[in-house]
Design a protein around this ligand. Structure first.
Ligand SMILES: C[S@@+](CC[C@H](N)C(=O)[O-])C[C@H]1O[C@@H](n2cnc3c(N)ncnc32)[C@H](O)[C@@H]1O
Length: 237
């Protein structure tokens, strides 16, 4: 696998052209609809209404901008590598957040510069770019940013317990090639190259162990999609 700097540059370049990922969201190819439903249900169950939210690798902040229809968002801080995605986030969040901070930068570097704590931290399809050590360090820094009783929600790539990284990626790529029918062969090739070069999925047991080693006490795995590729996980301190 490429060095950290090379990988970050490749990830930035892939997401700089945001069109492809907009289509992924619009087609609900990566469970964004289920993530939104889950967050609305869970936060309502917790009785939360006025929220402060930190999102790492926020992209265009699609999910949080939709949450604005259900909750008052007092503070939103999003960190993102892609300038273009962040510009879309600014447009989508306009008028939906009282105190908006959008940070163009690398999440591991930026996280320590953020002031204050948050009720909810969201990380969607971003942490899987880090190796296990990097994931552990990021989980620990995110914990520092959570209020006591706060919630970290990660939706990301989850391989089956018995699967290797390569077996998961083979299965994922086969799924993209058969189900993501809206894309051209060229676009699918770009997705395939991106995931093969950059994605480091974990099993639920793996995600759970990493979170535990980073100091989280409670964790749940409330949703796994029918293809067993993507999952929603929550971690509490
Ligand atoms: C697959 S997209 C997900 C976007 C959004 N979280 C969502 O669920 O729709 C991953 C995003 O994370 C960003 N990203 C990846 N690594 C990052 C890093 N180290 N620091 C900041 N952003 C990062 C990418 O630029 C991209 O916008």
């Amino acid at each position: 696998m490429a060095s950290d700097d090379v990988r970050i540059n490749e990830i930035r370049a892939f997401f700089e052209g945001w069109d492809l990922y907009t289509t992924v969201i619009e087609q609900n190819y990566m469970i964004h609809t289920e993530v939104l439903s889950y967050l609305v249900r869970r936060l309502t169950e917790l009785g939360w209404s006025d929220l402060s939210i930190l999102e790492v690798g926020c992209g265009d902040a699609h999910v949080v901008s939709e949450m604005g229809r259900f909750f008052t968002i007092e503070r939103y801080c999003g960190i993102e590598l892609s300038r273009m995605a962040l510009d879309f986030a600014a447009t989508k969040l306009e008028g939906k957040v009282q105190n908006l901070e959008l940070i163009h930068g690398e999440m591991v570097e930026e996280i320590d510069r953020i002031q204050g704590k948050f009720d909810l931290i969201v990380a969607g399809y971003t942490i899987h770019h880090l190796d296990e050590k990097g994931k552990r360090a990021l989980f620990a820094s995110l914990k520092e940013r959570l209020y006591s009783g706060g919630l970290l929600v990660v939706y990301d790539v989850v391989h089956r317990q018995e699967e290797t990284r390569e077996e998961y990626l083979d299965r994922a790529v086969r799924h993209f090639e058969t189900d993501w029918t809206i894309f051209t062969a060229e676009q699918l090739k770009s997705v395939r190259n991106h995931v093969r070069q950059n994605d480091i999925p974990e099993s639920w047991e793996g995600w759970r162990r990493i979170a535990q080693e980073s100091g989280y006490q409670k964790m749940r795995f409330p949703y796994y999609d029918k293809n067993r590729l993507f999952g929603i996980m929550e971690f509490l301190d």
